[in-house]
Design a protein around this ligand. Structure first.
Ligand SMILES: Nc1ncnc2c1ncn2[C@@H]1O[C@H](COP(=O)(O)OP(=O)(O)O)[C@@H](O)[C@H]1O
Ligand SMILES: C=C(OP(=O)(O)O)C(=O)O
Ligand SMILES: [Mn+2]
Length: 571
């Protein structure tokens, strides 16, 4: 079997053998056989720093990336990601190969890239990496369940990217590291731009996923979140192939009963914030797989938003910003090095990445049973939806497929204020298969395991211009977990058909009815009708209306007269 050294030497000497074929090749061949004439025999190859300690990586970052890295007052490594401070979904490409062609949901989320352009970008990235003095290699697992885990290698030039991925995945150690042959390799040459003249490039950033070869290339963006979301996208592809459901969700567990809760939600809706709960064990904050056995976290760490982070409101996350953690694009005081979480002058998407065990009450083995509750998080910027509603299984599928929320400023390049968005499965940018494949799998899971389901609105309270205070959202979640909320009295929103409780411990009753949060009732009716019409139009436009069963379609909001869209379903 090819050792680490043989694999890396062959790669840096210009081998284009795909990781998926390494085992076969390395059994017999020597590195020189795999070389091409593209690399000078006398070239000095970079030092390889593999799965090193935080202390070592931080030291190298401070020494060699001194213009973009420093230490905070609590010892966290603070780094700048350069021009790109959020994901670049428009620059993401998926290689059009015989395998992917059958399976991928092509369109704006998965834009096709030719094999040829991929190989050009791959070679460009490797050439850049090869000419560095030192390279960082992270060999790690994605997935806490050993039956389903995937071996991932990240090769990167920036120290901070290595520490980030060591925090975000489950680093291989001991004999796992000695025998490590990756299933998937990410070449992160984010400090070097893509060549805009390569066919298929539309900017100097490119994030290219090749499912067949088991490789991804990053050029022209150093935002660390691209790497973790590539892993999510990979799992979104691989897990359904094995009959398992991958979700953009967080999860936690009741320490007494072992009951678990899944929180689905697009970026900024509260997955990370709400899953860190002192009363519960954290399983994970972003990427989970719901298998035949229960839940497992794909990741080994969390990537929290830092905007307005405070000890008072989010103590667990606040204290996770310490030695070993990486903060990205934050601003701190020049002398005291105290982070100013209110300073969003670099980006609104300031972040911190830390290993799971930095959160008190995190589960070391991040797996759990089938969920007792699933909570669909939506951040409704229109102020229309009830703060919380209890969903039937058909309603879950309708809302999961719709994925209504608001895109928050910062997380994606170009988004500067909340925009109404329908992001299927609350994670459309990370889907590989058609959204309804995930929705159907979810419907089966809910049927088999009978979880309670909720739609929790963490967005704006009516026209107040403010998001629902975190303490109320947390009180609602506590009531879900205590069982009290299910036993409350319910009213029904007559446009959305959503049953919502009229009282909840720790929450002023009046705000549970969304019309109460509006001074002008006519404006409320209009806003609600518009949102209802947008739901119907989205379902239709994406072709879901024609594909889902009548029971699911019946959960669509009832668009009041005068707001109906030109929809074949409504006619
Ligand atoms: N009611 C609320 N519920 C959840 N988060 C809220 C709420 N109000 C404000 N926030 C803020 O919104 C952000 C939610 O982000 P995060 O939990 O990282 O979302 P995600 O993990 O889904 O991307 C945090 O910065 C949090 O402080
Ligand atoms: C890292 C991200 O995830 P989230 O905001 O869901 O935490 C992202 O969307 O770039
Ligand atoms: Mn998150």
């Amino acid at each position: 079997m090819g050792s680490f050294k043989v694999q890396m030497e062959a790669l840096l000497a210009g081998s284009d053998v795909a990781p998926s074929q390494w085992l076969e090749y390395y059994k017999e061949m020597q590195p020189q056989v795999l070389k091409n004439d593209h690399v000078d025999d006398h070239a000095v190859l970079p030092d390889l720093i593999r799965n090193s300690s935080p202390a070592h990586i931080i030291e190298l970052s401070l020494r060699y990336e001194s213009t973009t890295s420093s230490l905070t007052s609590t010892g966290a490594l603070s780094c700048l990601s350069g021009a790109k401070t959020g994901r670049s979904p428009k620059d993401k490409r998926v290689v059009d190969s015989p395998e992917s062609n059958q399976n991928v949901w092509w369109g704006p989320v998965n834009i096709k890239l030719s094999h040829q352009s991929f190989m050009i970008n791959r070679e460009r990235a490797i050439d850049y990496l090869r000419t560095r003095e030192r390279l960082f290699v992270v060999d790690a697992f994605a997935g806490h369940d050993t039956e389903y885990r995937i071996k991932i290698r990240i090769i990167c030039s920036r120290a901070y990217h290595a520490l980030f991925m060591l925090n975000m995945l489950i680093p291989a150690t001991g004999s796992d590291l000695d025998d490590f042959v990756p299933d998937f390799v990410i070449y992160n040459a984010g400090s070097f731009p893509a060549n805009r003249y390569v066919d298929g490039m539309t900017s100097s950033a490119s994030i290219d996923l090749n499912l067949e070869r088991g490789e991804a290339v990053i050029l022209g963006t150093q935002y660390a979140g691209e790497m973790k979301k590539l892993v999510l996208t990979l799992m979104m592809y691989l897990m359904p192939l094995r009959g398992q459901l991958c979700l953009h969700s967080s999860a936690n567990e009741d320490p007494r009963t072992g009951n678990t809760t899944l929180f689905f939600g697009l970026s900024g809706t509260g997955k990370t914030t709400l899953s860190s709960d002192p009363a519960r064990l954290l399983i994970g904050d972003d990427e989970h797989v719901w298998t035949d056995k229960g839940l497992f976290n794909v990741e080994g760490g969390c990537y929290a938003k830092c905007a307005s982070l405070s000890e008072e409101k989010e103590p667990e996350i606040f204290h996770a910003v310490r030695f070993g953690a990486v903060v990205e694009n934050i601003v701190m005081h020049a002398h005291t090095r105290v982070v100013d979480y209110e300073d969003l002058s670099i980006t609104e998407n300031t972040r911190c990445a830390y290993p799971l065990h930095f959160i008190p009450n995190a589960k070391a083995h991040a797996v759990g049973g089938h969920p007792t509750n699933v909570i669909l998080l939506t951040c409704d910027a229109t102020g229309v939806l009830p703060l919380v509603s209890k969903l039937t299984r058909e309603q879950v599928i309708y809302h999961f497929a719709s994925g209504f929320t608001s895109k928050m400023a910062g997380t994606e390049i170009g988004v500067t204020e909340p925009i109404v968005v329908f992001s299927s499965c609350y994670g459309e940018p990370f889907l590989v298969w058609h959204p309804l494949k995930y929705a159907e799998m979810l419907a089966d899971k809910l049927r088999d395991h009978n979880a309670n389901a909720w739609l929790l609105n963490t967005g704006w309270l009516g026209t107040s211009g403010k998001r629902c205070p975190l303490k109320y959202t947390r009180a609602i979640i506590d009531s879900v977990h205590s069982g009290e909320l299910a036993a409350a009295e319910y009213a029904r929103d007559d446009v959305f058909g959503l049953p919502f409780p009229t009282s909840c411990a720790g929450v002023p009753s009046e705000i549970l009815t969304s019309s109460n949060n509006w001074d002008n009732q006519e404006a409320f009716q209009t806003a609600r009708a518009k949102l209802a019409a947008a739901f119907v139009s989205n379902f239709d436009k994406k072709g879901f209306a024609a594909k889902v069963g009548k029971d699911v379609l019946a959960q669509a909001p009832r668009v009041p007269e005068g707001y109906a869209f030109r929809s074949p379903v409504l006619k």
